[in-house]
Design a protein around this ligand. Structure first.
Ligand SMILES: *[C@@H]1O[C@H](CO)[C@@H](O)[C@H](O)[C@H]1NC(C)=O
Ligand SMILES: *[C@@H]1O[C@H](CO)[C@@H](O)[C@H](O)[C@H]1NC(C)=O
Ligand SMILES: *[C@@H]1O[C@H](CO)[C@@H](O)[C@H](O)[C@H]1NC(C)=O
Length: 419
């Protein structure tokens, strides 16, 4: 009906008929030129036939769509429902909680931990960062969903690396230590439930999981120069099985698996877990305001081991100064003379000097003479980067605390057993 008269297919057909007509009335004895023209016409005919088929397919799809629209106005709710589900997914990706509320209100999802967990586990059309955010929430219901979500994973007969691969691919771990702690605890429990007898306790599984994630980074992150061998991995994990050692075979398998193939995580933006928890070293030129003599000196700064080292030249072996970052805070400041400034200071300072040291021109090492360290970065971006990195260096590292707590628990249990 309505499509045929306007369809390009109609004009294409007319052209084709014209060509066929020419073909029929061609003389039988053909000159080479005519022959090649005939070839050409045949080729074009083939192309036209294909084009017609494509247009037919398009037409059929359009008709199906139109019919779908008609039946929906006739009362079928399917299309509307699909549209709502798509909208719910979109909302979820922007704000997970609102997305779930929307789906529940439109009766597309039941508000039970099992149903929501299933929805997230299937993950169709869902952003894995959003899934991680939802699962990481501390609220009662979210905690139950997390549990149900982890329970949907089947880890039976998988080694720990295989299980971690599956788990870490199903959502993107959020950056906060407490959230990761809950998620990894749930993971360890599930793994031990699916594989009884592999580890003495959930804590062992938990600690080893982190050792593996760290191993992944050490082996595959190009910024980490020091690549641990199997021996080191084995010795790092001594005593974590309730005081006993894990079988070397098991550790070797896990090591080889990671060595052969790094973990993949969704939306990998280079911010792997290492970035979240370990303060990546940073270095660059900055201007430092003198403590006694208020002049700006250009220095090469290196942030590492929770200390800020500064050098006169990038090639210097010995730093001119060392500023331990323990107990210090950092803030942005405006300076009338230099742009992009920040300052290291002691919170609630009552006139103390910051504990630091520097080397005088004559080689003597003396205590620093700074109430604050004022520093100017070359660009606003670099200022932000330095503040960010120093901030994560000065804050108590929640990751170390988490792991330390587990290891302590393991050793305490061990001691209880040996009266
Ligand atoms: C998922 O969400 C995050 C954070 O909102 C965003 O950075 C990322 O690009 C999104 N991913 C996709 C595939 O849309
Ligand atoms: C494992 O290492 C690779 C390479 O550095 C990195 O892309 C990935 O995010 C890491 N995985 C985890 C879970 O840290
Ligand atoms: C940091 O503060 C703690 C507690 O006040 C103190 O014991 C420690 O010596 C301080 N460290 C430095 C380097 O000032």
């Amino acid at each position: 009906g309505m499509f045929q008269s306007e369809s390009p297919a109609a004009s294409v057909s007319a052209y084709l008929i014209l060509n066929l007509f020419l073909l029929l009335f061609l003389p039988v004895d053909l000159s080479p030129e005519e022959r090649s023209e005939l070839e050409d016409i045949r080729r074009r005919k083939g192309a036209l036939l294909q084009e017609i088929q494509r247009l037919r397919d398009e037409l059929r799809e359009a008709i199906i769509e139109v019919e779908g629209l008609e039946t929906s106005t006739e009362g079928s709710k399917t299309l509307q429902k699909n549209r709502h589900v798509a909208m719910g997914r979109k909302k979820f990706n922007m704000d997970p909680k609102k997305g779930i509320v929307f789906l529940v209100e439109n009766e597309l999802l039941r508000h039970t931990q099992e149903d929501v967990a299933q929805f997230l586990y299937k993950g169709e059309g869902l952003n894995k960062t959003a899934i991680g955010d939802y699962l990481g929430e501390r609220e009662d219901f979210n905690l139950k969903v997390l549990q149900a979500f982890v329970d949907l994973h089947e880890f039976t007969d998988l080694n720990l690396v295989q299980a971690l691969r599956q788990f870490l691919w199903s959502f993107r771990l959020p950056g906060e230590a407490q959230k990761i702690d809950r998620m990894m605890e749930a993971f360890a429990q599930r793994y031990c439930h699916c594989n009884p007898g592999v580890f003495q306790s959930t804590d062992t599984c938990y600690v080893l999981s982190f050792a593996i994630i760290m191993l992944n980074t050490s082996l595959h992150n190009p910024n980490v120069r020091d690549k641990p061998g199997l021996d080191r991995f084995i010795s790092m994990n001594r005593g974590i099985n309730e005081g006993g050692d894990l079988p070397e075979d098991l550790l070797r398998n896990l090591y080889d698996s990671i060595k052969n193939e790094p973990f993949k995580i969704p939306e990998d933006d280079g911010n792997d877990l290492t970035h979240t928890f370990f303060n990546p070293d940073r270095e660059g030129w900055l201007l430092k305001l003198g403590g006694r003599v208020k002049t700006w000196k250009r220095r090469w700064f290196i942030l590492t081991d929770n200390c800020l080292y500064y050098f006169e030249y990038t090639t210097d072996k010995e730093p001119r100064g060392i500023i331990p970052l323990e107990n210090l805070s950092i803030r942005e400041v405006e300076d009338p003379r230099k742009p992009n400034c920040f300052e290291l200071y002691i919170p609630n300072n009552r006139g103390q000097l910051i504990k630091a040291c520097k080397t005088e021109a004559d080689g003597r090492v003396v205590e620093g003479n700074h109430n604050v360290y004022r520093i100017s970065a070359p660009t606003p971006e670099e200022k932000d980067e330095w503040i960010h990195h120093i901030n994560s260096a000065v804050s108590v590292d929640p990751f170390y605390e988490m792991l330390a707590a587990r290891k302590k628990r393991i050793s305490l249990k061990k001691n209880e057993e040996q009266p």
